[in-house]
Design a protein around this ligand. Structure first.
Ligand code: S3P
Length: 183
């Protein structure tokens, strides 16, 4: 039974490779909710891939697209949202997502993140780095204060996608129960 507030979105944030899309899709399936991946949404609207947007238009243009899309999808109700890893760098994006529901930050070490994304779809922020693990560590240091503002923090290391999805759902349900008892 789902007792998580149905009107609230479930928003996943975290670095590249933290599992936002896979976990988000699984949570959505389990809770029969709609799932939106902000990067896919941007790609559909732009008619090109994220690496193409970065190389042809630049990061600034990508962030502008991202901002527009985050504003739009934050207005949906009761969905699951996977954000691009850098979406929460913009405080206004964070505010919109925060007002739309529960924010869950997913974590793993830079080594594990890199193992997960190596050989998968290109991540423009890592492509020109000799040491992508170090680059991930630096990005993580830059963003950790934003990720820390999430309502829930979940360690994803040594866990299967299904297990992480169940952990997020349990956290949200436990939180709802506490609110329910206190009101
Ligand atoms: C980015 C993460 C990517 C994508 C873009 C920028 C970032 O999404 O939005 O390449 O700034 O961390 P994932 O987190 O899904 O890889």
């Amino acid at each position: 039974m789902e007792i998580i507030d149905e009107a609230k979105n479930i928003v996943l944030i975290g670095l590249m490779g933290s599992g936002k899309s896979a976990v988000g899709r699984t949570i959505a399936k389990k809770l029969c909710r709609r799932f939106i991946d902000s990067d896919h949404y941007i790609e559909r609207k732009a008619g090109k891939s994220i690496p193409e947007i970065f190389s042809q238009d630049g990061e600034e243009k990508f962030r502008a697209f991202e901002k527009e899309i985050i504003k739009k999808i934050s207005q949906y109700v009761g969905i699951v949202i996977a954000t691009g890893g850098g979406a929460i760098k913009d405080p206004e994006n964070f505010k919109c997502l925060n007002e739309s529901g529960w924010i869950v930050a997913l974590y793993a070490s830079p080594e594990v993140l890199y193992k997960r994304i190596a050989g998968k779809r290109a991540r423009p922020l890592l492509t020109n780095h000799d040491d992508p693990v170090k680059a991930l560590e630096e990005i993580s240091n830059e963003r950790k204060s934003m990720y820390a503002q999430a309502h829930f923090q979940v360690d994803t290391e040594n866990k299967e996608i299904n297990e992480i999805a169940d952990e997020v759902i349990s956290l949200l349900n436990a939180n709802k129960e506490i609110h329910f008892r206190m009101s």
